[in-house]
Design a protein around this ligand. Structure first.
Ligand SMILES: Nc1ncnc2c1ncn2[C@@H]1O[C@H](COP(=O)(O)OP(=O)(O)OP(=O)(O)O)[C@@H](O)[C@H]1O
Ligand SMILES: [Mg+2]
Length: 269
């Protein structure tokens, strides 16, 4: 964990499988946080295909690549997006799969650290799969949010992601978002199936973040170079992203310890 945790909550969006909806989830969740009034920063760390700028309709002169090579400072880079969202544009480099090196990751986190105190949420589109550098970026966040879809390949890749993060970084708590499902019940069923399989092999806590339906308005918004939450706030996917943001902005308090039970347990042994 980096030293963000008592300040902005850093949420890393990951999936294992490409095309599960990481970029759409990152952008829409960040805009939904901002619409709730949360001071929000979206960081596009996909160094291969930096698509978040397209979904926000923000052409950017500078990218994270320029920041990492020292050509610009973070204040040159930050762009204002919908609802006051601050956006750090990614770098379209060598194509899908490119991720930050350890040194680049360190420089980015150093650059972000002073900003953490000024924000409520920092959402990172991690871009990559389960190679070491992507894992390290996810592990640096407070909350890994894994995007799962009903495709069997997504299932296998999300499993690999959870296992790799657990084995190599000791991460034991994950938020799981069911994306592109038919409805909430199907999303919950997908999560339950995933959790049952994971529980057989790995000792981790998976929390159901919720479901985002497969919604043609998502693609329609992409064609307009906007995110769905902004273009079609009443669309099913937008309502799901708004609900996700509300839940993640105000997580339920941890179960209170029950002193009486604790005492009984203590006395009994
Ligand atoms: N809930 C949804 N309903 C309908 N289409 C969706 C939904 N979520 C994502 N999509 C579509 O799925 C495709 C992939 O989405 P996206 O680019 O967000 O995935 P990704 O995980 O970021 O991909 P990559 O691994 O290439 O970065 C896009 O065409 C997007 O419009
Ligand atoms: Mg993407």
């Amino acid at each position: 964990m980096i030293a963000f945790s008592d300040r902005a909550r850093v949420i890393a969006i990951a999936s294992g499988k490409g095309g599960a909806g990481k970029t759409n989830v990152s952008v829409n969740l960040a805009v939904a946080f901002a619409r709730l009034g949360g001071r929000t920063m979206l960081v596009d760390c996909d160094m291969g295909l930096a698509n978040a700028a397209i979904l926000l309709g923000i052409p950017s002169a500078w990218t994270i690549g320029d920041l990492l090579s020292g050509r610009c400072g973070i204040e040159d880079l930050l762009q204002r997006g919908p609802a006051g969202l601050q956006f750090l544009p990614g770098h379209s480099g060598t194509g899908s799969g490119s991720t930050l090196s350890a040194a680049e990751r360190g420089r980015l986190l150093d650059a972000l650290r002073p900003y953490a105190a000024q924000y409520d949420h920092i959402v990172i589109d991690t871009g990559g799969g389960i190679e070491a550098s992507s894992l390290a970026l996810v592990a640096a966040a407070d909350t890994p949010l894994i995007v799962l879809t009903p495709e069997p390949t997504s299932f296998v890749d999300a499993y690999a992601m959870v296992k790799a993060l657990n084995v190599s970084h000791g991460i034991a708590n994950f938020e799981i978002l069911a994306n592109m499902v038919q409805h909430d019940v199907a999303g919950r069923a997908l999560f339950d199936k995933f959790r049952a399989i994971v529980a057989r092999f790995i000792d981790v806590d998976l929390n159901y973040a919720g479901a985002v339906p497969a919604d043609p308005f998502v693609r329609e918004a992409v064609l307009r170079k906007r995110c769905v939450v902004e273009s079609f706030p009443g669309a099913p996917a937008s309502r799901a992203f708004a609900a996700l943001a509300r839940r993640m902005a105000c997580p339920p308090p941890p179960a209170a310890p029950q002193p009486i039970l604790a005492e009984v347990g203590h006395g009994a042994h």
